[in-house]
Write a protein of this length. Structure first.
Length: 266
């Protein structure tokens, strides 16, 4: 009955946490967003296996965190190379890839630099090059964290990511997290935020040739839907779907997200 596992992979002088679950044979890799800088995948195999049970029925699902200690100036391109090293360590030759937000930035470099490792690619609420609006929000969150306004930080993040109705039901949770779920160190969050703000895959995304699905939200205040459109236009043959009623948290709020992935992946 137990088909999930928590693990870590040695990488240079640190480790890279990962989880795996699912009954399928084909590997499916999830690359999470900036929230990974607050809480890695460590210990999350069981809840993820429940949350993404539809995917787990079809695939062997992996979620890779970033390395636990990120060097200064580490870029999304560098993080993509870490994913390849993790795939090698786990014997994954080729996989379906889902990159969400910052994970999508990493996935762009991964697919462009190592096309043989990616069967199909899903880029969700992400961008090839963050605009000024996105950078301003990231800088604002980083400033709240640095000034120890943790409750404001979590609440502001929730308000910008989710629809009003979704957030109102969970406001208490974000306020609680802002009081008690404070990371021991913010270093990884700062390093990942800087990697997001300096991300630029504009020159390489045109090299991507595998089947690609781009998913965005028309109400996205963090990475505007126009970025999803431009991303799809730049990748030849890609498909685009925009949720009209959701924003940056579309992959969590939409009830058909996993079905949409399964239909695309086949």
């Amino acid at each position: 009955m137990k088909n999930w596992k928590n693990g870590s992979i040695p990488i240079d002088d640190t480790e890279m946490d990962y989880i795996v679950f699912g009954r399928g044979r084909k590997p499916f890799i999830m690359l999470p967003g900036l929230g990974d800088g607050l809480k890695s995948a460590k210990g999350m195999a069981l809840p993820f296996s429940v949350l993404y049970r539809k995917l787990g029925a079809h695939y062997r699902v992996y979620a890779f965190s970033r390395r636990n200690r990120i060097p200064d100036g580490f870029s999304t391109r560098d993080m993509a190379e870490d994913v390849v090293r993790a795939m090698d360590a786990l014997g994954i030759r080729r996989a379906y890839i889902l990159g969400v937000s910052m994970g999508g930035m990493i996935a762009q470099h991964l697919t462009a630099s190592h096309p043989a490792r990616v069967e199909k690619l899903v880029l969700c609420v992400t961008t090839a090059r963050p605009g000024e609006k996105t950078k301003h929000i990231l800088q604002h969150w980083m400033q709240l964290a640095k000034t120890k306004q943790y409750r404001v930080f979590m609440t502001d993040m929730g308000k910008r990511i989710y629809s009003d109705a979704y957030f109102k039901k969970r406001r208490w949770l974000y306020q609680l997290m802002g009081n008690v779920a404070v990371p021991k160190s913010w270093d990884n969050y700062y390093a990942q935020t800087m990697a997001c703000m300096t991300h630029d895959a504009g020159e390489v995304i045109g090299q991507i040739r595998c089947p690609v699905l781009v998913i965005g939200g028309e109400q996205d205040y963090v990475i505007p839907s126009g970025d999803s459109r431009r991303l799809a236009e730049a990748i030849e043959g890609s498909r685009l779907y925009l949720y009209p009623q959701y924003g940056h948290g579309a992959f969590e709020e939409s009830k058909d997200f996993q079905d949409r992935l399964i239909a695309f992946l086949g």
